[in-house]
Ligand binder design. Structure first.
Ligand code: F6P
Length: 460
């Protein structure tokens, strides 16, 4: 191969530039040119096809910094429709016109779905990214336990799992950790530490909402910040038990910190944070699980609970909510993410060169080999009907009684996080955050410089 395209699709993560960097560095060694397609699949659907040559003369452009969060190529949630053969053909023709012989898509489950139709016309591989850590399988047979039925009202397919494997071993997990996840957990754990001291001083109940959609991996990792209660989307909230536990803890320590995964569900299985809003690709925009829990606690505990303890006049003033929000997705990636993202990017490049198509580079872990790279045909992620499901946190990782990670859950986290932060991550804060120059120099955005390198297939 002489020229390869690369794009970043879906929501961004702090490790995307590191993945692009790994792919481009490998391409430099192999003597392959890399064109970065701007704004994900949206760039291929745009007749002008904006792109950036990432390694002129086989040396990476200086704007490509693996320590910089986000993506110099821009991301979008636009995907190519599997139903439109014409659209796919057009995209393949555009790539061919650019002299591109293979495409690396950096993305999550939505991106694999977008990549599948292209792979029928054009060689494509995926390098994984998602802060949610929901791309992969708990065990290789997992896609086969999905059942499909039809919603009688909407006619849309409804999926549920039958006969899920009750126990798993860590070595069975397909794609153990995805670049972006570790940095998100780092941000969340720090946020909880900060919420903790103010909640404790003011004798309040803090409810911290974290991202992850319907997967509880980020919520699980929040355990490093030592929240008192962790609620994950995979286990419906038992309001009665929760209120009792909150009251017990409040009596004991005069404050409580609760973490809630944004996709958490009530007893009827309805997400508390689904207020009917959707993103451009039709995904639910989770927004409000923490507020819903706060309302529930206000109702159950009432003002009297706090007044009788002479702590607050109202339950409203005693309970506060915070969304960690997009800070989880932004900023400098920590060492674990940088290293493995770059490795996965390089591996994706190798897969493409050795002729793989519709496959992904995955990061595996077992006790004997530690973390190592492998390749997986994308179809291994699909159920019998072709759907790819976001990976749920396996329930054996969570202790429903203590509302904390189980022993296996803790064992899952440790290989990722015990050495996830490098000395340079800490030094960067010391040296750069309060650098006097920051006061007088404007943020030096990569968009400005990358734009100067932008080329177009056509100027239509
Ligand atoms: O899938 C990644 C993710 O960060 C989710 O955790 C979150 O629900 C969603 O994206 C937010 O998306 P947006 O940036 O479009 O609001």
């Amino acid at each position: 191969m002489q020229r390869v395209g690369i794009l970043t699709a879906g929501g961004d993560t702090p490790a995307l530039n590191a993945t692009i960097f790994g792919a481009v560095e490998r391409a430099n060694q192999l003597g392959i040119e890399v064109y970065g397609i701007v704004k994900g699949f949206g760039g291929l659907l745009d007749p002008r096809v904006p792109y950036v040559p990432l390694n002129p003369l086989f040396s990476s452009i200086p704007e490509l910094d693996p320590c910089q969060g986000g993506t110099i190529l821009g991301a979008s949630r636009t995907y190519i429709s599997a139903d439109s053969v014409d659209e796919m053909k057009t995209v393949a023709q555009r790539l061919e016109k650019l002299g591109i012989e293979g495409l690396i898509c950096i993305g999550g489950d939505g991106t694999i779905n977008g990549m599948q139709p292209i792979s029928e016309q054009f060689p494509c591989v995926l390098a994984p990214k998602t802060i949610d850590n929901d791309l992969g399988l708990n065990y290789i047979e997992e896609p086969n336990v999905w059942e499909r039925s039809e919603d009688p009202e909407t006619g849309k397919p409804v999926y549920s799992k039958s006969d899920d494997q009750a126990e798993i071993e860590l070595g069975e997990i397909v794609n153990y950790a995805t670049p972006g996840y570790a940095t998100a957990v780092y941000v969340v754990a720090q946020s909880i530490n900060r919420i903790r001291t103010t909640a404790e001083s003011h004798r309040r109940i803090g409810i911290v909402e974290v991202m992850g959609r319907e997967s509880g991996y980020i919520a699980l990792g929040s355990a490093y910040g030592q929240p008192d209660i962790i609620l994950i989307p995979e286990v419906a909230v038992d309001f009665e038990r929760l209120a009792t536990r909150v009251a017990e803890l409040y009596d004991l320590q005069k404050h409580v910190v609760i973490v809630v995964g944004e996709g958490v569900k009530g007893a009827e299985g309805v997400p508390l944070g689904d207020l009917g809003r959707r993103d451009p690709s039709g995904n639910v925009r989770f927004d409000g699980a923490a507020e819903a829990l706060k309302s529930m606690l206000i109702e159950r505990l009432g003002d009297g609970f706090f007044q009788s303890r002479r702590r607050h006049d109202t339950a409203e003033s005693a309970i506060f909510t915070r969304m960690v929000g997009h800070t989880q997705r932004g900023g400098r990636p920590i060492q674990f993410d940088r290293f493995h993202a770059a490795q996965l990017g390089g591996h994706a490049m190798e897969l493409l060169v050795r002729g793989e198509n519709n496959a992904l580079a995955v990061l595996q872990y077992n006790q004997d080999d530690g973390f190592h790279l492998m390749a997986l045909p994308a179809n291994k992620l699909r159920d019998r009907w072709g759907a790819i499901h976001p990976r749920n946190l396996h329930t054996s990782f969570y202790d429903c009684r203590r509302l904390q990670p189980s022993k296996l859950g803790r064992e899952f986290l440790m290989p990722i996080f015990t050495t996830a932060i490098g000395a340079d991550d800490v030094e960067h804060i010391r040296a750069d955050l309060f650098a006097p120059g920051n006061l007088s120099t404007r943020y030096q955005g990569f968009n400005i410089d990358v734009h100067k390198r932008m080329r177009y297939l056509t100027h239509e």
